[in-house]
Structure formats: structure tokens, C-alpha cells
Design a protein around this ligand. Structure first.
Ligand SMILES: Cc1cc2nc3c(=O)[nH]c(=O)nc-3n(C[C@H](O)[C@H](O)[C@H](O)COP(=O)(O)OP(=O)(O)OC[C@H]3O[C@@H](n4cnc5c(N)ncnc54)[C@H](O)[C@@H]3O)c2cc1C
Length: 339
């Protein structure tokens, strides 16, 4: 029977990054991906990378992510296409301004000195298509930006393979053997694997991997949409990633067009990823309010993918104590690429 020190289930950004980090440290890794590497949530994501989080732990983590992306090509030998165009959070409610004042204190305390307040007039200069009539203030961090999920994932996968990791596409985990409270092996569509440690990196599907070992992993799938416009010169390549905090609408330059996303807060959990064109109409209506010029933009393409959401919107990371040898790195709740 084939064996491995560690079996990773899931070949999105998490599984591929972990395969690289472990194999670099001479751990014998076998990764299982039932579709293609990076083809699920990772391949559907907007590529946003920010340090402007409300919790200090996430800010510190993101400072490390940004530093890592800045040196990605040197370390991995593959570009990340990391473009530090900044993130602009647009605030329209007094409570948001108060909350972000607190956040700004945290950011400066942990050394994110470049994060700063921007008033409505400056925001309009930075993002000329922005409607600022109801804007109370914005925060901007110039070292935030966007990177390419496809490049980062394939870079990690190639580097992991160079370090000897075995990455299998088109192979699904179908069961986890547990005896005396600890992992003994993983069953797959291509045979059984003996291992003492399984790492679930299955994103939105993590609950099903947990059930294989008799565990409850509280991660739910939520559909999220993105649309990309045709060529749109009014949003230049250095236009910051712009987030309308009240509605969750965001947009950033994508090629010579604009990538637009927004969360449907009424969406029930589920695995459907068909595009809901009724929701896209709502998204474009909101885009036209926040950036009226966008109403003239035609949709070139649109898709939907899954957020992998935990009850507190924080990832489940590390060993799960009920079953020895079962580890989890999943549930990044919509910010797993950057983390
Ligand atoms: C529309 C949208 C926009 C987003 N924008 C951003 C953003 O701007 N910035 C950001 O940081 N994050 C963003 N995210 C979130 C980000 O995409 C995810 O948090 C991240 O990709 C999760 O990575 P993952 O590796 O955990 O999951 P995935 O990429 O989903 O990988 C999990 C893999 O597990 C595999 N799998 C499942 N079950 C099995 C099994 N039984 N056997 C083998 N393999 C299995 C799946 O096929 C899948 O490939 C966005 C997500 C969406 C949907």
C-alpha cells in the first residue's frame, strides 16, 4: 500500500502552499485534489490582498503575507503578479468611521504605518469614477493590492513538486480510517494510503472531510459572484481596489477592464455555483450608485464560486483534538487567498 507522512486533502491555495512548506522541510507529502489544482474557490477569487483587518492577529498575519508576496518570485521561482495598488475602504456610516478609527490605531500600533485616512475629495482624485456625495471618510493602505491566484497556486505546486511532494489531480479522498482515536489512513478513488496525519484543506467541502473521521467541522459554503467588464479606460491599471463597506461592493482593474464583486447577504448556504443574473443586476445597480460611470460598462464574463464560512469568520487552523492526526487549514471565510 502507498504511504505518506502527511496526506493533504484539497489542492487549492491552502493545500498547495502547505505542500510546499512541508516538503521544503523534508516532510513526505501526498496531496489529493479531486478536480484540478486551484480550480475551485481559489480559481474563482478576486485576488485581493489586504492588511486592513479589524483584528490584530489578522493584521499581523497579513503583514507577513504581503512580505511573502513581495518576495514570492525570488523564493518560488514563479511570478505572483502582485500589484500593490492599495485598498480603499469607503465609509458612509458614522459607526463605520468610529470602528475604523479604532482599526487605524491597531494598524499603526503593529507597524502598518502607511495606512491612513483619506477624505472624500482625495478619494475622488484617487478613484475618479467614485461617487463621494455620501462619503464620510476612507482608509487607504498603499501596500495592499491584488495578486494572481492562478500564478501563486501553480507556483507553490511546482515548488512543492521540486521538493519531492506528490500532487495527484483527479483523485478524491473517500474515507479516513480512524482506530483507537487516531488516523491510520485515507481511502481514495485511486486506492488506499497509509498515513498517521491527514490535513484537510478542502475549503467549502471541509465538513464532508471531517465527517469521514467522525468530526463536525463547522464550515458552510456560500455562493459569491464576480463580473468582469470589457475594456474600461476610466478605471486605470493603478486604480486602488475600492470597497464600499456598507454594501460589500468592490471593484479593481482587471486587464483593461474592471472586476466587480459583491456579497448577496440573503444567499442561503449551498454548493450551487450557477450565476444568478437577477443578483448580478442588483450588483450592477449598486455599482452604478457608487461609481456611476460603471453603468456604461458591458459585462464580458461573470462567474460564481464558494466562500467557506465559519461561525466567527475565522479559519480553523491546526490539530483537531478529538482525532489524533487530523489537522485542518480551512474556513478562511472569503479571505483565504490572501491568508
Ligand atoms: C467570488 C470570490 C471572490 C473571492 N475573493 C477573494 C479575495 O479577493 N481575496 C481572498 O483572499 N480571498 C478571496 N476569496 C476567498 C478565497 O478564494 C478562498 O478563501 C480560498 O481560495 C480558499 O482556498 P482553499 O484552498 O481553502 O479552497 P479551494 O480553493 O476551494 O480548494 C479546496 C479544494 O479541495 C478539493 N476537494 C474537496 N473535497 C475533496 C475530496 N474529497 N478529495 C480531494 N479533494 C477535494 C476541491 O476540489 C478544491 O479544489 C474569494 C472567493 C470567491 C468565491
Amino acid at each position: 500500500m502507498e504511504s505518506a507522512d502527511v496526506v493533504i486533502v484539497g489542492g487549492g491555495i491552502m493545500g498547495c502552499a502547505l505542500a510546499y512548506q512541508l516538503s521544503k522541510r523534508n516532510v513526505d507529502v501526498l496531496l489529493l485534489e479531486r478536480e484540478m489544482l486551484g480550480s475551485q474557490s481559489t480559481g474563482k477569487c478576486a485576488g485581493g490582498v489586504r492588511q486592513q483587518f479589524s483584528s490584530e492577529g489578522n493584521v499581523r498575519l497579513q503583514q507577513r503575507s504581503v512580505a511573502m508576496l513581495e518576495h514570492f518570485e525570488e523564493e518560488i521561482g514563479h511570478p505572483a503578479d502582485f500589484r500593490q495598488i492599495g485598498y480603499l475602504f469607503v465609509l458612509t456610516q458614522p459607526q463605520q468611521v468610529e470602528d475604523f478609527r479604532h482599526n487605524m490605531e491597531v494598524w499603526h500600533r503593529v507597524g502598518l504605518a502607511e495606512a491612513r485616512w483619506v477624505d472624500a475629495a482625495e478619494a475622488a482624485r484617487m478613484v475618479p469614477i467614485l461617487n463621494v456625495e455620501d462619503v464620510l471618510g476612507c482608509t487607504f493602505c498603499p501596500s495592499d493590492g491584488i495578486a494572481s491566484p492562478a500564478d501563486v497556486t501553480s507556483g507553490y505546486a511546482a515548488a512543492a513538486r521540486r521538493h519531492g511532494a506528490r500532487l495527484r489531480e483527479g483523485v478524491a479522498a473517500t474515507g479516513i480510517d480512524v482506530a483507537s482515536g487516531r488516523v491510520q489512513g485515507v481511502r481514495t478513488t485511486a486506492g488506499d494510503i497509509a498515513t498517521r496525519l491527514v490535513f484537510s484543506c478542502a475549503g467549502a467541502w471541509s465538513a464532508s472531510i471531517g465527517r469521514m473521521a467522525g468530526l463536525e467541522i463547522p464550515i458552510l459554503p456560500y455562493r459569491r459572484h464576480i463580473a468582469v467588464t470589457g475594456s474600461f479606460p476610466a478605471v486605470p491599471r493603478d486604480n486602488p481596489m475600492t470597497v464600499d463597506f456598507q454594501t460589500s461592493l468592490y471593484f479593481h482593474p482587471e486587464g483593461d477592464g474592471v472586476l466587480i464583486g459583491m456579497s448577496d447577504r440573503e444567499e442561503a448556504p449551498g454548493f450551487v455555483t450557477d450565476v444568478n443574473w437577477d443578483f448580478l443586476e442588483k450588483m450592477f445597480a449598486q455599482a452604478a450608485r457608487r461609481a456611476p460611470a460603471l453603468s456604461a460598462a458591458g459585462v464580458k464574463t461573470a462567474w460564481a464560486g464558494l466562500y467557506e464560512v465559519t461561525p466567527d469568520h475565522q479559519a480553523i487552523l491546526g490539530p483537531i483534538p478529538e482525532v489524533e492526526g487530523f489537522w485542518c487549514a480551512a474556513g478562511f471565510s472569503g479571505h483565504g487567498f490572501m491568508q
